[in-house]
Design a protein around this ligand. Sequence first.
Ligand SMILES: NC(=O)c1ccc[n+]([C@@H]2O[C@H](COP(=O)([O-])OP(=O)(O)OC[C@H]3O[C@@H](n4cnc5c(N)ncnc54)[C@H](O)[C@@H]3O)[C@@H](O)[C@H]2O)c1
Ligand SMILES: [Zn+2]
Ligand SMILES: [Zn+2]
Length: 366
Amino acid sequence: MKAAVCTAIDSLEIQEIDMPEPGSHELRVRIVAAGICHTDLSVMRGNFDVPKPVVLGHEGCGYVDKVGPGVTAFSVGDPVVCSIVMPCNACPQCDRGALSVCDRWFEVAFSGVMPDGTPRLERDGQRINSFFCQSSFAEYAVVPAAGAIKVRRDVELEKIAGLACGISTGLGASMIRAPVEPGAVVAVLGAGGVGIATMLGARALRAKRVIAIDNVPSKLDTALSLGAATDVIVAGPDVVEDIIRLSPSGAGVDFFYDAVGAPSTMETGIAATRNGGTVCAIGIMRGDIEYSVPLRGLINEKIITGTNGGSIVPRRDIPRFVDLMMMNELPFDRITDRFYPLEGINQAFSDLETHQYTRAAILFED
Ligand SMILES: NC(=O)c1ccc[n+]([C@@H]2O[C@H](COP(=O)([O-])OP(=O)(O)OC[C@H]3O[C@@H](n4cnc5c(N)ncnc54)[C@H](O)[C@@H]3O)[C@@H](O)[C@H]2O)c1
Ligand SMILES: [Zn+2]
Ligand SMILES: [Zn+2]
């Protein structure tokens, strides 16, 4: 099968690799579309440590093509979204229902292997690493059945690939992890795919005002045209004052979501949020970023939290996100505004860096 193999930092080539076989409790999925998330780009650029060679891609959706031993809940032909939240269902976090922080997940997602600890991809006997136990920049992906979510047949899969990661992360940030209260004033820093999904979630929960902030004006135009934002700010040196000016009491916003993930953006968030308000970290531009929290902010009851994958319970939340999309209550299908063939993946990454689209997906032929 054809796959985009990241052989080293900044090097991505289309190669013919062996067709993977699903192991126990795994599925093989014929990929229809695989969204491009900034995290793929960050790995390619060396900002996260992932063993190479690796097939990136963690926003796959498609049709079940083969089921591995022990799989009873799926049949060949089922349409599925391959969520990055893939619970082991055996660790203390899974026991308490916190599937997005499954202990096993943190051990395997960036390690190149599948949940059973073994690799799945190879070419001429040479091991190729998996990414998020998925690697969907390929015609077929082997994934844990625990992270595969069946979706209704009347949905166009290429519109919902982002539910595997970025779109669910944004929706879950503002609807599940730090759920917006009706009438709240919300700011979202970063109007890429994740940020705009966060805004749509906030609107769905009836935020009074959703302020989109980005340093690229065209991203803000999209936030407005999708009805995700009510107000926009081009980020500049006065960004904190600009946000506070739009908060009705002049005391700061009720909820702030950082969909960029740099020390400066967290600093902006904490400064622009009212006492007792919530700052939710979503973005992380490098694996090693640290930020020191001003203690005064905590004493003043600011809540600082974060989310992995939107803190979703995938089997509960992905189908309901799809239903809400089909009801036009959550129009996240309009976020993905660019499609590329697998051969165009290097162009897709460079276009992401130069802000040519809000979110893109690799589209595979039938
Ligand atoms: N927590 C999670 O589980 C999770 C899931 C998916 C993505 N992420 C992370 O979320 C972040 C966003 O992902 P994305 O796919 O939407 O990325 P993206 O590149 O599509 O969007 C980022 C946006 O932020 C803007 N931006 C960048 N730096 C800025 C700054 N200093 N000030 C203002 N605007 C700035 C860019 O112009 C762009 O519009 C990335 O860090 C990604 O790795 C986290
Ligand atoms: Zn992602
Ligand atoms: Zn677990």
